[in-house]
Design a protein around this ligand. Sequence first.
Ligand code: SAM
Ligand code: SF4
Length: 372
Amino acid sequence: MTVFQARLPNPRKNSRGTAMGRNGRTGNGVVSSRTWKENMSVSNTRLPLVDPQGRTLNYLRVAVTDRCNLRCRYCMPAEGVKQVSHDDILTLEETHRLCSLFSELGVRKIRITGGEPLVRKGVVPFIGSLAKLPARPEVLLTTNGLVLEEHLEELKAGGLKRINLSLDSLDAKTWKKITRREGFEKVRAAVDRVLEMGMGLKLNVVVLPGLNDLEIPDFVELTRHAAMAVRFIEPMPFDGAGKALEDTIDGDEILLRLRAKYELTPIGRQDGAVDNLFTVRGFKGTVGIIEGHSRTFCATCSRLRIDSRGRLRTCLYGAPGVSLLKMIREGGTDDDLEKAIRNDLSFRFKDGKKAELAHHLVGLESMASIGG
Ligand code: SAM
Ligand code: SF4
């Protein structure tokens, strides 16, 4: 039995029947205002989340850990990665409570990310439990695929239908150079297995000039016979080392290279999505470009994030907001949390460039702690 399964169905209760969290603390310790079962049957009386620009926030990305079994060069330094202490990371019960609250607040899509989410103990049943929340949010996973294959059956049985898998090279040596670890074959096997199992698959490829940019056509070829998406991502300044992007590439250049070889038909961005999608003549799948650094999609951004320290982030490029973790552990009720979330949202910047100007630490954080 996993830690999550062991804790959730049989939480210890305090005198109010409230589930007690880690270490059994209440008051200034870990307090959850509702039990897991109560989370499952709550009725929705909360209004949707809307920011000052009128954008509805209906997509939540949760970094369940900052730990990772790879060291991708655009995401983390090779050595000396600073890790968040275990005590400063939300427990899965706390995360479940927040996801439940956000789904009452109109969130329809919850993405579990990290760090590498699959290194978090108990995360597989946890993902299944989110899919069963009363509002039935769509639950999604972003993973580097290294330990994915062994969990696929359980993930699918738990309700996971679609996976985003990061794979930056189709060549074992280049992959190792980018990720600074072994395991390419395991990731490739996971890609094939996801497709065999009929699950939705989007491959994320961060385009790195001089490393994998010449592989763009090889990635497009994957979509010839498979109904999957390949999305090419502009590198963003979140390597945790504070280095500026030394050699980068933007979406326009990626598009030029795609058009040089393929006949593309735009299908555009769907429902606040960040990927600009295209069909390729004669191919089953789609290709896309994510202009994460150019930030061309802010006007319709519907995303909120909870980072690996349990802080709300209303923009990838902005400063962290309220510590939901701290509020929960100080005994905050769901109404308190809702108030704090709405308060942060009232300061949400119009776009990521304005958010970056106001937040001077962009680049010092790793994407692994923010969640991508
Ligand atoms: N470990 C998982 C993975 O790699 O898929 C999930 C977390 S990772 C932070 C989420 C996504 O962010 C991945 O697709 C990754 O490629 C992307 N990413 C990380 N650092 C990035 C950067 N500096 N620029 C652009 N994308 C980045
Ligand atoms: Fe780990 Fe994902 Fe960051 Fe690569 S991109 S180091 S796999 S968190």
